[in-house]
Design a protein around this ligand. Structure first.
Ligand code: XBP
Ligand code: MG
Length: 228
């Protein structure tokens, strides 16, 4: 049995319910650019099957040229960061679990397909500035251009932290996230988010509604059983 050494958190939908803020930022951008596109919540749930904002725009409107996609995405990032920097709360249990893990000497990391500026804005907005210091390593879209479900972003975290997959536990909210973590050999616990409830989480150790009632000890037990 391997002791748990690190917890690796997904960001969107896991640390906070950010996806609707992403959706609003996309829609404001489309309006500003006079495109007449509008992503409803129902459509966005489908579009979330494609990880990454630029890839999502391209999946929705394949004929859009890459330069326009980049401009749209740049503006969307400005609007999104402004919203979350003003303060978006963490999901239940997140702050307490991070505190417990730090007190227990566990290492912490982030593995996300979103842009680094978004992660920093969210963490600092939610914590008044200290949040990003909690994580030894933050692997973002800027570091791993091939996005989840590809395991690249998780492999990068393992490589840079000098850890094996079985020494870590990932926390995710999506099918793509579960596939990315397990693809890197990392056991994963799911907290379903508003946009992922009822999705297929085959391969996850457990599917929870949130971490509000989950202590670090329970995660350690789940992790211990992941290797029989
Ligand atoms: C979820 C995503 C992200 C955001 C958009 O990422 O798919 O792409 O929706 O972010 P994760 P960008 O749950 O892995 O954090 O627009 O910056 O790509
Ligand atoms: Mg997610």
């Amino acid at each position: 049995m391997t002791d748990l050494k690190a917890i690796i958190f997904d960001v969107d939908g896991t640390l906070a319910e950010t996806e609707d803020a992403h959706r609003r930022a996309f829609n404001k951008t489309f309006t500003e650019f006079g495109l007449g596109w509008r992503w409803t919540q129902g459509l966005y749930r489908e579009l979330l099957k494609v990880s990454g904002g630029k890839e999502r725009i391209k999946a929705f409107a394949p004929a859009t040229d890459d330069a326009l996609v980049a401009r749209l995405h740049g503006r969307k990032t400005e609007l999104y960061t402004a919203e979350v920097a003003a303060g978006m709360p963490f999901r239940p249990g997140i702050a307490r679990l991070i505190e417990e893990a730090r007190a227990a000497g566990l290492r912490l990391a982030v593995a996300t397909t979103t842009t680094r500026a978004n992660v920093l804005a969210l963490l600092d907005g939610a914590t008044g500035g200290a949040g990003h210091q909690w994580f030894e390593m933050m692997a973002c879209a800027d570091d791993a251009p091939t996005k989840k479900p590809d395991p690249l972003v998780y492999r990068l975290v393992l490589e840079r932290m000098g850890l094996a997959g079985h020494e870590c536990l990932a926390v995710e909210d999506s099918t793509n996230g579960v596939r990315a973590a397990t693809g890197a050999g990392i056991p994963v616990v799911v907290t379903e988010s508003v946009y992922t409830i009822g999705d297929d989480f085959t391969g996850a150790l457990a599917v929870l509604s949130d971490l509000g009632n989950t202590r670090l000890d329970s995660l350690k037990t789940l992790h211990a059983h992941s290797r029989g």
